[in-house]
Design a binder for this molecule. Structure first.
Ligand code: FE2
Length: 363
C-alpha cells in the first residue's frame, strides 16, 4: 500500500532520562556524539531541559523534566532512562499525521508550526507500541541547529567521533503474542512492508527464544524489527526486557559504520562494553560465512560477529545495556552487501545474553 507522504529518514531518537546534562556526557565520551544544541532554564524552557547530540546523520535528543507534574515523569518512573520517541523526517508532516491517524493511529499532538529566526518546521506526533511515539518532522529548509527553541552549544572539550553514520534499524520489543498485531499496525498505518522474519525454529538456544518481523518503509530508509518472546526452557531475553521496562519499548538502535573495526577500537578505548563472544565462535566462522575481507583474528579480538545472506555479508556487535535496567542497548553494524539482520549470529548472541541474564538473576 502506498501512502501520500514520504519518510526520508530518522530525524532523531528522543530519550527521556533522569539527568540529561550527565547523560549527554556519557553519549559524548563513550560513543563520540557531539553536543550541538540545548534548551533549558537559560533559554527560557522552564518545564524540561534537553540536550541534542549528533554524529553523522544520527541525532539524539536527551530530555529531562524539571517539574514534578511534567508529563514525561510518568515515562521516566515507569521505564527509567529510555527511548520515548522515534522521530521521522517527512516531506509533509500534516499529511503524515492526517493519513496515519485516519488509518488507526492515535494522535498525541496535532500538526504544529514552530518558527524562529532560522525558519519554520512543522511537527506532529502519534502513539505507537507501549508508551513510544513517532514524531513527524517537516523541516522546510529550516537553517537552525536543531529545532526552534534550541540554542547552539559547543562541547567543553574536543569530541573524538566513532564513525557512526546513520540509524540502520530500530527494534521494538513487544509482549507475548503482540508481534503480529504491531507489524500489521505498521503495514496499515504507515504502508510499511515486511522484509524479513525470524521464527522460533530459527532462533532458539537451549533456554531462550524470540520471534521477529522486520517492517520497512517503501524506500527502506526506515527498518523496524518487531520482536516478541518465544517459549524456551527458561526466560526469553525479550521477556526480561518487557518485565524490566514494564511494557513494550525500544530494545536497540543499530548505528551504521563503514569501518566497524576502527569504530569498535575507538568505542572500546572509551570504555564501551560489548557482549562477550566465545573464541569458539571464530573457530568455524569462515566455514559458516565463506571468504571475507577482514582478518578473523582482528574480529575475534573485538568480538565482532559476521553473517551472510544472498546479497553479501554484514559485521555487527552489541553493547551491554546502556542503563541499570537490562533494556536499551546499541548495535554497531557494517553492511557489505547483506540486507538482513544477522540471523546466523543469534545463537552465539543469545548464549552470551543468557550468561548475563543469569548474573542478573533473570533466567
Ligand atoms: Fe539489530
Amino acid at each position: 500500500m502506498s501512502v501520500p507522504f514520504e519518510i526520508t529518514g530518522t530525524d532523531h531518537l528522543g530519550f527521556v532520562v533522569g539527568n540529561a546534562r550527565q547523560a549527554a556526557i556519557y553519549y559524548q565520551e563513550r560513543f563520540g556524539f557531539t553536543p550541538v544544541a540545548y534548551r533549558g532554564l537559560e533559554t527560557g524552557s522552564r518545564d524540561a531541559s534537553a540536550w541534542v547530540l549528533r554524529q553523522g546523520k544520527i541525532t539524539l535528543v536527551l530530555e529531562t523534566p524539571l517539574k514534578p507534574d511534567h508529563h514525561l515523569n510518568t515515562h521516566l518512573a515507569r521505564h527509567g532512562d529510555a527511548v520515548q520517541d522515534i522521530a521521522f523526517l517527512v516531506d509533509d508532516a500534516r499529511r503524515a499525521w492526517e493519513w496515519t491517524t485516519g488509518h488507526g493511529a492515535r494522535s498525541v499532538r496535532g500538526p504544529e508550526v514552530r518558527e524562529d529566526a532560522h525558519g519554520r518546521v512543522l511537527l506532529a506526533t502519534i502513539a505507537t507500541y507501549g508508551d513510544t511515539t513517532h514524531t513527524f518532522v517537516q523541516r522546510d529548509g529550516y537553517r537552525g541547529v536543531f529545532l526552534p527553541g534550541y540554542e547552539p552549544v559547543a562541547p567543553t572539550q574536543p569530541v573524538e567521533g566513532a564513525g557512526l553514520e546513520f540509524v540502520d534499524h530500530i527494534v521494538g520489543n513487544q509482549g507475548d503474542r503482540e508481534m503480529e498485531r504491531v507489524a500489521r499496525w505498521y503495514e496499515e498505518v504507515f504502508g510499511f512492508h515486511r522484509i524479513w522474519t525470524v521464527d522460533d525454529k530459527d532462533v532458539s538456544t537451549a533456554h531462550s527464544a524470540l520471534r521477529s518481523i522486520v517492517v520497512a518503509s517503501a524506500n527502506e530508509r526506515i527498518k523496524m524489527p518487531i520482536n516478541e518472546p518465544a517459549d524456551g526452557l527458561k526466560k526469553s531475553q525479550i521477556q526480561e526486557y518487557v518485565e524490566a521496562n514494564f511494557g513494550p519499548g525500544v530494545q536497540h538502535a543499530a548505528m551504521y559504520t563503514r569501518d566497524i573495526v576502527a569504530t569498535v577500537e575507538r568505542l572500546r578505548r572509551h570504555g564501551v562494553e560489548f557482549l562477550e563472544i566465545p573464541d569458539t565462535y571464530y573457530e568455524t566462522l569462515l566455514d559458516r560465512v565463506g571468504p571475507i575481507d577482514e582478518d578473523v583474528d582482528v574480529l575475534r579480538r573485538h568480538g565482532i560477529l559476521v553473517d551472510r545472506d544472498d546479497s553479501g555479508y554484514l559485521l555487527q556487535l552489541f553493547t551491554r545495556p546502556l542503563q541499570d535496567r537490562p533494556t536499551l542497548f546499541f548495535e554497531i553494524i557494517q553492511r557489505r552487501g547483506a540486507r538482513s539482520f544477522g540471523k546466523g549470529n543469534f545463537k552465539a548472541l543469545f548464549e552470551s545474553i543468557e550468561r548475563e541474564q543469569a548474573r542478573r538473576g533473570n533466567l
